[in-house]
Design a protein. Structure first.
Length: 365
């Protein structure tokens, strides 16, 4: 590795870590209170435990249809009974000044309703990905938050993870030459009997759940929006898991600069990675978007080596929570606003359409 290459990598790493730690440098007048809507495994195992790593965000309220969960997690996190809500009395959040943000962590088909109602209650919104199950729902969410004068952010946690931030920086700056090809593959063998396999709740199969990571990676690594998409679906309908949703869907994205991205989404195979190929080498992430344990390798001018970053001051979950809090405190725009979720859904609808109609869909209009 040349000294120039080493300086470039270290500079990028510094940007990645500094971006996550920037909130520690800003003086906040107060902490921002979050209400978590939906107490499933992701909320209780990944989101709620990571408030302890936040500088500007705190957990103040819970919403669930299960009284036992409200009591258990309320006691665990010190949330008083007055700040625990059922879905039946959800709209009472309007009267709680401790709640600044409503974080919607519900099945996909419920995202739009509960996000819109939160905005109408005068609250900022964080919504899990996918933002909703249609472009129309995404736009309705954006409109509701805009009308309320509140922020809407989508939970793309990888945008707050140092290795992914470094990959974006290196790819867009042409560290391995101008990008020509991106490959992105995400999948896992899904277990039966869960809401993700029920189309009325999920809105779709693997693409809505895990394939969105491949799509979003292609967009954020290229820094462009696709102008055409073609897709092929492969689903064994005799498998009881896939009665109403797709298993595997592969899609090709074409971008204005000539970049092509080949992507895979699967509920029957295990992979989590992407590679950016330029004229001088490649940037590889495998695994790329896990909760922890990211691995990066770079090959440039014939030399290949791993890249290891120092532990960040906060992990991707705390970084995401604090980012929206800082935006509220400072009057700034989130890096992953509602428009980012809308952009993904627009392409996802085209992917489904391409697979169904067996033709390339033009997105340039």
């Amino acid at each position: 590795m040349t000294d120039e290459t080493r300086r470039t990598i270290l500079k990028g790493a510094g940007l990645a870590v500094a971006g996550l730690g920037a909130s520690r440098a800003g003086a906040a007048q107060r902490t921002i209170g979050y209400a978590i809507v939906g107490l499933g495994s992701y909320a209780t195992r990944q989101i709620m435990p990571n408030f302890k790593g936040c500088d500007h965000a705190r957990l103040v309220a819970l919403v669930s249809g299960t009284p036992e969960k409200l009591q258990r997690y309320g006691e665990q996190y010190g949330v008083p009974a007055t700040h625990r809500y059922s879905y039946a009395d959800y709209d009472r959040i309007r009267d709680n000044p401790d709640i600044d943000v409503v974080y919607v962590v519900l099945p996909n088909s419920m995202h739009a309703e509960y996000s819109i109602r939160a905005a109408q209650a005068g609250k900022h919104v964080m919504c899990e990905k996918p933002m909703a199950i249609s472009v129309a729902e995404c736009q309705a969410m954006i409109d509701a938050s805009r009308k309320a004068g509140k922020l809407l952010m989508i939970g793309y946690r990888s945008r707050f993870e140092p290795y992914n931030r470094l990959a974006i920086d290196l790819a867009r700056r042409g560290h391995v030459g101008p990008t020509r090809i991106i490959t992105a593959e995400h999948g896992f063998p899904i277990q039966p009997n869960q809401w993700r396999l029920d189309r009325p709740l999920s809105g779709g199969g693997s693409l809505m759940d895990i394939g969105i990571y491949s799509l979003n990676a292609a967009r954020y690594l290229s820094g462009e929006e696709p102008v055409a998409v073609s897709a092929i679906e492969a689903t064994d309908r005799s498998d009881p898991r896939f009665r109403t949703v797709e298993d595997r869907i592969s899609f090709l994205l074409r971008f204005p600069s000539g970049i092509e991205a080949t992507c895979v989404s699967s509920y029957s195979s295990a992979h989590n990675g992407y590679r950016v190929v330029g004229t001088q080498g490649w940037i590889d992430m495998e695994p790329a978007t896990p909760y922890s344990g990211h691995v990066m390798r770079i090959r440039k001018d014939g030399a290949e080596a791993p890249r290891t970053l120092p532990d960040p001051p906060k992990n991707q979950f705390a970084g995401q929570l604090d980012h929206l809090a800082e935006c509220i405190l400072n009057g700034t725009r989130p890096i992953v606003p509602g428009e980012e979720g809308l952009a993904d859904l627009r392409v996802m609808e085209a992917i489904y359409r391409s697979a169904a109609e067996r033709r390339t869909i033009d997105l340039s209009a």
